[in-house]
Design a protein around this ligand. Structure first.
Ligand code: C2E
Ligand code: MG
Ligand code: MG
Length: 411
């Protein structure tokens, strides 16, 4: 318990009984350095001093003077580097909204706790934190990268494509793969795209990045095609990539050089951070790609980045329901309404529907009941390197036979 006891935890709640209760729970779990405050101002004073600044704050949302949300704003001003757990008697929706707000401020949240607090839930959150190695304040996880770092990563070919399978819900057949880029950093190891795509977009490096990803993906698709694997290969493209008509020439040439039918390439589109001034050019590029029989997919449907206006204006073949509306939609009424509406709308518009973020058997069963076309997510497979695909395919086929089909022994 050595490392555990060194972690500094601050509990902020106007209810002194809660302060005592939570302190006792934490002490039982082996945390020794606990400070309690019954108001936001006192807590901020602790945050302001290096020797009392906590690694973790358990924060009550409902407090009479400074409420939890206001407190978070002050934490952002102070560039607080620790973690947060929200504690509240409010309902699930309210807690989730607060969680999103905290995320938007880029303060890492470990989770939320309903009052009365269940000690097992608290223990589960803290164990997960330690297991992830997040308890060590300045790990590689917190490092940010500059535009120059990303520029040299592209030049040195450190960006590597992984491929995540997409399967038919009705038959289990593998329909295609989505290309997901990762950075094999020489010192920091595997870096995920959310740590560098935004930076590439904001620094005019996204065209170079997309060229690198597209080239690798289309060459790989050509190899699969020649070996008799009829996989559709999806590639993520932001609207920002579609600001110049060169994009379409690049894609068309690559597909031609690799002897691929354009139908095998799916362009997944999300809105970029920075939209160009002329919305006609992306529309022209996408319409021409569609005329040449490329497939177009609207990614992360339902989030702020993918809107109904895009659905109206662009001739998509496929709609991907964002993972935040898929995972746990079977048990959450709000998610379920959004999932059902997206599915129905896509079907009425004649598109193929892909549900993203299928993480467990319950998610998969919902897709089957609701006749969603395709599924993608960790329940099926994590993103893979091309060499690992054949082995996964064998395993997947056997899973489909033994557990996932209507007539399989387990169902
Ligand atoms: P996306 O296109 O929506 O990709 C799906 C993301 O969900 C991937 O994250 C994937 O690994 C993750 N995922 C898949 N199954 C599950 C699951 O069951 N549960 C959960 N929680 N997550 C799952 P990844 O690879 O980190 O990519 C994040 C985003 O980065 C992508 O979201 C995409 O918008 C962007 N991205 C990735 N590669 C590229 C690229 O080459 N170009 C551009 N412009 N964007 C890219
Ligand atoms: Mg995508
Ligand atoms: Mg997506």
């Amino acid at each position: 318990m050595d490392s555990t006891s060194k972690i500094k935890i601050l509990i902020l709640d106007d209810d002194t009984f809660m302060l005592k209760l939570l302190s006792r729970m934490l002490a039982k779990l082996g945390y020794a350095t606990i400070t309690t405050c019954d108001n936001g101002s006192d807590a901020l004073q602790k945050v302001d001093h290096a020797d009392t600044c906590p690694d973790l704050i358990l924060l009550d949302l409902n407090m009479p003077d400074m409420d939890g949300i206001e407190f978070v704003r002050y934490l952002v001003d102070r560039k607080y580097h620790g973690k947060l757990i929200l504690v509240s008697g409010e309902d699930e929706r309210m807690l989730k909204t607060a969680e999103k707000l905290v995320h938007a401020h880029k303060i890492p949240m470990l989770g939320y706790l309903h009052k009365p607090v269940n000690p097992d839930k608290l223990s589960e959150i803290l164990l997960g934190w330690e297991a992830d190695g997040l308890a060590h304040p300045l790990s590689v996880n917190d490092k940010s990268y500059s535009a120059d770092d990303i520029k040299s990563a592209i030049a040195n070919q450190e960006l590597v494509n992984y491929y995540q399978p997409k399967v038919s819900v009705a038959t289990g057949e593998v329909i295609g793969v989505e290309t997901l880029v990762r950075w094999h950093h020489p010192k920091d190891g595997l870096i995920m795209p959310d740590r560098f795509i935004d930076i590439a977009e904001k620094n005019h490096l996204i065209d170079d990045l997309t060229r690198s990803v597209l080239t690798q993906a289309i060459v790989q698709a050509g190899e699969w095609h020649r070996s008799g694997q009829t996989l559709r290969v999806s590639i993520n493209v932001t609207m920002d990539n579609l600001a110049s008509l060169d994009f379409q020439d690049m894609v068309v040439n690559l597909v031609h050089e690799n002897n691929l039918p354009p139908q095998k390439i799916v362009i997944e589109i999300t809105e970029s951070q920075v939209m160009g001034p002329d919305a006609r050019i992306p529309l022209e590029i996408l319409t021409r790609l569609r005329l040449k029989r490329f497939h177009l997919s609207i990614d992360d449907f339902g989030t702020g980045h993918s809107s109904l206006a895009q659905l109206r204006d662009i001739p998509f073949n496929e709609l991907k329901i964002d993972q935040s509306f898929v995972h746990r939609a079977y048990s959450d009424d709000t998610l379920r309404v959004i999932y059902d509406a997206s599915l129905a709308m896509g079907k009425q518009l004649g598109m193929d529907i892909v549900a993203e973020g299928v993480e467990d058997r319950n998610d998969w069963e919902l897709l089957r009941q609701t006749e969603c076309d395709m599924a993608q997510g960790d329940f099926i497979s994590k993103p893979l390197l091309p060499d690992d695909l054949p082995h996964w395919m064998e395993e997947w086929q056997s899973r489909v036979r033994t557990e996932l089909r209507d007539d399989s022994p387990a169902s």
